[in-house]
Design a protein around this ligand. Structure first.
Ligand code: DAH
Length: 315
């Protein structure tokens, strides 16, 4: 049987045959040309057959049960991994779950009613401007905060209250804002909302839940403090600050604003069919990206959405 080299040499040699055509009488040229063409095709077919035989002989059988990256497995597949924000979101949810909170995922398209009316934003009130974000041509709103879910959750879990229970739910979700993007602002980011309603929920309970959350997440004792805020859906409304964790470069003198919170406004409860005379609630909402940036001391929020593999692989 011919080797690949022999066949290739034969193919090359045909070049000289082609050159002969010119020297032949006119009447013989066609037949002669046809013969060389057939010969050429024959050699090419043989080469192809031989090459494909050799390639299949080179492929070793794959052991699909072997772990990737093991030497015996000839294909090195780089497996994907969870995005760092999703890994951290799981941790956040885990902490709240252990405190007894259920989880409801937020949605990525909402409407005027859930974004504003149900949350006690009066029509035409300037507070709406702060949250004014994108709109689809049909008038739907990619939510600017996870609070858009409050009404649905309250209405849906009112039955817990009717059964002498309480409402305790956290709502993680992706939110969208009409922001100029820089190292600390993104147009797309993640928040986690929390809602608690019972016959006698108190402000102190809220601070306890949140302090516990931050201490667990950062794995150390932390001081917290509050400063007044304004949200139409809470009264009173506050911003919660934590002492910058020492292990994360804090020197015991820095405070970081972590989230907005407050006692749920009676109108928000009423809108969901819950009697504010009988029930009290508190709610909060804060960014996941910021939480994670602090934990890993990252200084640019844009990396999260950048698809930079070098960055993502560090987690
Ligand atoms: N949704 C607010 C924001 O994104 C944060 C917030 C404040 C959420 C108070 C709440 C709350 O649930 O009660 O700015």
């Amino acid at each position: 049987m011919s080797t690949l080299e022999q066949l290739k040499a034969e193919l090359k040699a045909l070049g000289a045959e082609y050159a002969k055509i010119k020297t032949l009488p006119e009447s013989e040229r066609k037949d002669f040309g046809q013969k060389i063409n057939d010969k050429k095709q024959e050699i090419i077919n043989k080469i192809k057959a031989l090459e494909s035989e050799q390639t299949s002989a080179n492929i070793k059988p794959i052991d699909i049960t072997a772990p990737f990256g093991i030497n015996s497995n000839p294909i090195a597949i780089e497996t994907g991994s969870k995005h760092p924000l999703m890994v951290e979101l799981d941790r956040v949810i885990d902490i709240y779950s252990r405190m007894g909170f259920g989880v409801v995922e937020s949605r990525q398209l909402d409407d005027e009613f859930h974004m504003f009316d149900a949350l006690n934003f009066p029509k035409g009130h300037p507070a709406r401007d702060g949250y004014d974000t994108f709109r689809t041509e049909e008038g739907f709103i990619p939510p600017a905060h996870t609070s858009t879910m409050q009404h649905r959750v309250l209405k849906n879990y009112k039955k817990n209250l009717d059964n002498n229970g309480q409402i305790a739910v956290v709502i993680p979700g992706r939110v969208f804002r009409n922001e100029d993007v820089d190292a600390t602002h993104e147009h797309t980011f993640y928040q986690c909302e929390g809602i608690f309603v019972s016959k006698n929920a108190t402000f102190a309970e809220m601070l306890g839940v949140l302090k516990n959350f931050f201490e667990t997440y950062y794995g150390q004792n932390l001081k917290i403090k509050t400063q007044p805020g304004f949200f139409p859906f809470t009264e009173p409304s506050i911003e919660l600050l934590i002492e910058k964790p020492k292990s994360l470069g804090g020197k015991g003198d820095g405070w970081l604003e972590m989230l907005g919170c407050g006692m749920i406004h009676p109108n928000v409860l009423k809108n969901a069919g819950i009697d504010p005379e009988q029930y009290k609630g508190f709610a909060w909402g804060g960014g996941i990206d910021r939480l994670v940036m602090l934990k890993y001391q990252l200084n640019d929020i844009r990396y999260f959405e950048s698809a930079k593999l070098d960055f993502l692989k560090e987690f």
